[in-house]
Ligand binder design. Structure first.
Ligand code: NAD
Length: 477
């Protein structure tokens, strides 16, 4: 089986490899992927540092062409890469292809942004002086990504980093190196000069930690768990470097008495269970006012009966497997905790057996949950959601905001008054009305508040805030 190596200073390198296992069928090895050592990572950082002066001054047409070519190749290979994604991560094939196309759109968008780079010219407060405000690249950017969006998250970090003239040391999640390797290979062949983009696959405690500890890394963009995010923050403060964190969520989805029941149920099922509930924007707290509560729970449990959990690559599958054995254990532990805390298991809760050995779990719905239970406060990151009954809109809003997180917040209502009030008062980076809490566009800001995020937003033109530094120049006329 081909060994997929790391890319360091324009050369494929690295020997020690681990298998990439398909969670739908643990007998299926997706490929062998090299693991970088601390020394490899230091070489990658040195290569990125050496490549920075030339790349930061490279022509905008060169950068535009490489990013465009990358977008085109990803689009042309969407079925193959989408399949690879579903095979290594376990989301369904339509989701895998959709995410692959999203990555192409992101490269396309930032190819355009390269051509739109601009500054400002202002008069000074003093006579005969002109002021220019420009954006400059930050330097070497460390990119550390999680397993749950194997192609979209690497794309939405790598594309702006390169577009704005930074060089990159990229460390993907250990569970899903396949899509990351593929997009680095595409960018490399599209003509990136050596050292501009370096791929170092491997362990967080080795590769990731070496990036955190290096004084030559000028900025780190991280998506992953709160615990690792805090390490990134602490190490970055030590080096006085820029950092950006996208972390967990415990996103609420409010259903009001006046909601369209079908809209509410479809949005809640999508939010809670699609992509196996393994989305940072998934909703695991469904907050329902008492006038619609019983009808909503009845419709929701009925709807869940028709959800098909099976091999991610099989036609007709709605929900693929959980990503690995340890995540499955975490999901089952929380299901046991929920029952012990007194929530009622209204649907699911059991492992499933399918044709091939994999990590299959029923979508699981608790009712009679309170917002103080651990299942309502801690991120489970699996297909497990709870219904919390509330009196009215005011209690629903209070409950929605009563969480240490603040990524996405949704409401199902036909009332303009409540929709407007909720958009203004939800303590979250993203608010959805009559839509699932997950599912966002690529050209607008993405990010949260409170314990979910730290630093400037990702995506769209707002990405420039993180990937550039402002310079103000004064000239005597
Ligand atoms: P994780 O924190 O375990 O790992 C994330 C990355 O950090 C991986 O590449 C890992 O190898 C690396 N890492 C681990 N230890 C490290 C260390 N000591 N130093 C440097 N790097 C280290 O997270 P995960 O389990 O891969 O991802 C799931 C989490 O990601 C969930 O909490 C989810 O909510 C979050 N997430 C957030 C967003 C968002 O945009 N807010 C998006 C997707 C996922």
């Amino acid at each position: 089986m081909t060994l997929h190596q790391n890319l360091i200073n324009g050369e494929w390198a690295g020997g020690d490899a681990i298998p990439n296992i398909n969670p739908s069928n643990t007998n299926d090895v997706v490929g062998q992927y090299a693991r970088a050592t601390a020394e490899d990572t230091l070489s990658a950082i040195a290569a990125a540092k050496a490549a920075f002066p030339a790349w930061s001054r490279s022509g905008i047409l060169e950068r535009h062409a490489i990013l465009r070519k990358t977008a085109d190749e990803i689009t042309a290979r969407k079925d193959e890469l989408g399949r690879l994604l579903s095979r290594e991560e376990g989301k369904t094939l339509p989701e895998g292809i959709g995410e692959t196309l999203r990555a192409a759109q992101v490269f396309d968008f930032f190819a355009g942004e390269v051509l739109r780079l601009a500054g400002e010219v202002l008069p000074s407060a003093r006579p005969n002086i002109g002021i220019e405000i420009t954006r400059e690249p930050v330097g070497v950017v460390g990119i550390i990504t999680p397993w749950n969006f194997p192609i979209a998250i690497p794309a939405w970090k790598i594309a702006p980093a390169l577009a704005y003239g930074n060089t990159v040391v990229f460390k993907p999640a250990e569970l899903v190196p396949g899509c990351s390797w593929a997009i680095v290979d595409i960018l490399h062949r599209a003509g990136l000069p050596k050292g501009v983009l370096n791929l170092v696959m491997g362990k967080g405690s080795v590769v990731g930690q070496t990036i955190l500890d290096s004084a030559d890394v000028n900025a780190i963009t991280f998506t992953g768990s709160v615990g690792t995010g805090k390490r990134v923050a602490a190490a970055s403060v030590e080096h006085m470097r820029k950092f950006q964190l996208e972390m967990g969520g415990k996103n609420p989805f409010v259903v009001l008495d006046d909601a369209d029941l079908n809209v509410a149920v479809e949005a809640a099922v999508n939010s809670g269970f699609f992509s196996t509930g393994q989305r940072c924007t998934a909703s695991s707290r469904i907050i329902v006012t008492e006038g619609i509560h019983d009808r909503f729970v009845a419709a929701m449990t009925e709807r869940l009966k028709s959800v098909v959990v099976d091999d991610a690559l099989k036609a007709g599958t709605h929900i693929g497997p959980v990503v690995d054995a340890s995540q499955l254990k975490q999901d089952e532990d929380y299901i046991a905790i929920g029952q012990k805390e007194g929530a009622k298991l209204a649907f699911g809760g059991e492992r499933l057996t399918r044709d091939n050995p994999g990590f299959y779990l029923q979508p699981t719905l608790f009712t009679e949950a309170t917002n103080q239970m651990r299942i309502s406060r801690e991120e489970i990151f699996g297909p497990v959601a709870s219904v919390i009954r509330v009196r009215d809109y005011d209690e629903a809003l209070h409950t929605a905001n009563d969480t240490p997180f603040g990524l996405s917040s949704g409401i199902a209502t036909t009332s303009l008054k409540y929709a407007t009030h909720f958009k203004r008062n939800a303590e979250a980076g993203m608010v959805m009305v009559n839509l699932p809490t997950a599912g966002v566009d690529f050209h607008v800001p993405f990010g949260g508040r409170k314990g979910s995020s730290y630093g400037p937003r990702e995506q769209g033109k707002y990405a420039a805030e993180f990937y550039t530094i402002l310079k103000t120049a004064y000239t005597l006329a």
